[in-house]
Design a protein around this ligand. Structure first.
Ligand SMILES: [Zn+2]
Length: 185
């Protein structure tokens, strides 16, 4: 069930402000199948938006905050992600699909979204914005050393052979030497 719903009939050219709590249940549902999850059991998140009519379209601008966490890419430990980001979208009535050509001229950071019916539903937009905030390679701390390799599985220097060549590759090395000998002769 969408929870972040604006009724277009309430929104005029002056616009109005909306505040939504991103509940734990909402975040849990929105973030399943993403690398993100809710951090802890406290206040989960908040969305504040100002929505105003602009001709046929509706401009929605606001601030999105959420206390999330993900897994560190090195040690897989919990990595805090305090999301505090802006949300800007221009919503045009109509079905998804081709947008008019003029739209290509718009600012890149403006999300263009279609909506149908009497309501503007922000759930998917907010979910997308949260996922975008997750870094490609999250680190629990900048100098995370990763998972320590237990001593008994660490390779010993002698495992690499006397000249650093894996003994299993010795045959290849001989072949290489033979080939280069042949070339020289
Ligand atoms: Zn880590």
């Amino acid at each position: 069930m969408p929870e972040l719903v604006l009724h277009v009939t309430d929104i005029d050219e002056i616009g109005r402000d909306y505040d939504f709590d991103l509940t734990r249940a909402w975040l849990d549902a929105a973030l399943q199948d993403t690398p993100l999850r809710r951090a802890g059991e406290g206040q989960a998140g908040h969305l504040h938006v100002h929505a105003q009519q602009n001709g046929q379209e509706y401009l929605v601008q606001g601030q999105l905050t959420a206390a999330l966490e993900t897994d560190c890419c090195r040690c897989l430990g919990p990595t805090v992600l305090d999301v505090d980001t802006e949300l800007t979208a221009l919503l045009s009535p109509g079905a998804m699909g081709e947008l008019p050509d003029e739209i290509e001229l718009d600012a890149e950071d403006l999300d263009r979204v279609r909506f149908t019916g009497p309501d503007i539903i922000l759930d998917d937009l907010v979910r997308e914005q949260l996922v975008l905030e997750c870094p490609m390679q999250p680190l629990c701390r900048p100098d995370c050393a990763g998972i320590p390799v237990p001593k008994h599985v660490r390779p010993r220097p002698e495992d690499f052979g006397p000249e650093g060549v894996d003994p299993r590759l010795a045959g290849l090395e001989q072949l290489r030497d033979k080939l280069s000998d042949d070339k020289e002769s």
